[in-house]
Design a protein around this ligand. Structure first.
Ligand code: MG
Length: 218
């Protein structure tokens, strides 16, 4: 699926790619609605009916990924609420081996996430990932999300790379599309971002079920 001899840089998304999206889905669709309902004396369903349109209205924008935005908008301490369910943070199977083998093969391992610094810190503190990455980049450093066309050009101010010799592995199809438009040559989607949900429709992108399928050797 990938010819590793043609790749120098490996751009990796975090949530849903290296980490199980179950944490995030549970957090936004179960935990936040529950706490919001408690705070406002609503039923869980009423809380969901209020929250889902709010979430949808800014999906794919930098604010959607911003903890400070939601803390203010919902008047809930989102960072604290994430701490409450941090036991659900899980690394997908074969990710650790994959990152170790990338290093052995001399590839540059770059985390490129839309996650806010506080979410990123929580996940790095509760997984072994930070020691297995060469560079960790949050889109908030650039102020634009991966979904925007100019993200991949702006990224060069933080990480020099050759789009022809780079692979982006991401469960976010809008991010894969913007990377494709920019000219990143190798793109891979994820069939099962959330271990508790079914297979994702990845459109026309090539995709993996597990990192075992693209393990570099040598
Ligand atoms: Mg993702």
């Amino acid at each position: 699926m990938l010819d590793w001899s043609k790749i120098d840089s490996v751009f990796l998304d975090m949530d849903g790619t290296l980490l199980d999206l179950h944490f995030d889905n549970h957090f936004w669709l179960e935990h936040v609605p529950q706490r919001y309902a408690e705070k406002h004396g609503l039923s869980r369903q009423d809380a969901l009916n209020k929250l889902i349109p709010l979430f949808k209205s800014i999906e794919g924008t930098i604010n959607w990924y911003c903890i400070d935005h939601w803390t203010k908008e919902l008047d809930l301490d989102i960072a604290l609420l994430k701490e409450e369910v941090k036991h659900l943070i899980q690394v997908h199977p074969f990710v650790v081996e994959f990152l170790e083998n990338l290093a052995k093969a001399g590839k540059r391992r770059v985390l490129v996430t839309n996650a806010h610094q506080k979410s990123l810190d929580l996940k790095m503190n509760n997984t072994p990932l930070s020691g297995l990455l060469d560079h960790i980049i949050s889109a908030h450093q650039l102020g634009i999300p991966k979904e925007e066309h100019n993200f991949w050009a702006e990224l060069k101010t933080l990480e020099n790379y050759d789009p022809q010799r780079t692979v982006l592995i991401d469960d976010n199809l809008a991010a894969l599309n913007s990377a494709k438009e920019y000219g990143i040559k190798h793109l891979l989607a994820i069939y099962k971002p959330d271990s508790q949900a079914g297979l994702k429709d990845v459109g026309s992108f090539q995709a993996i079920r597990s990192f075992e399928e693209i393990m570099p050797t040598g």
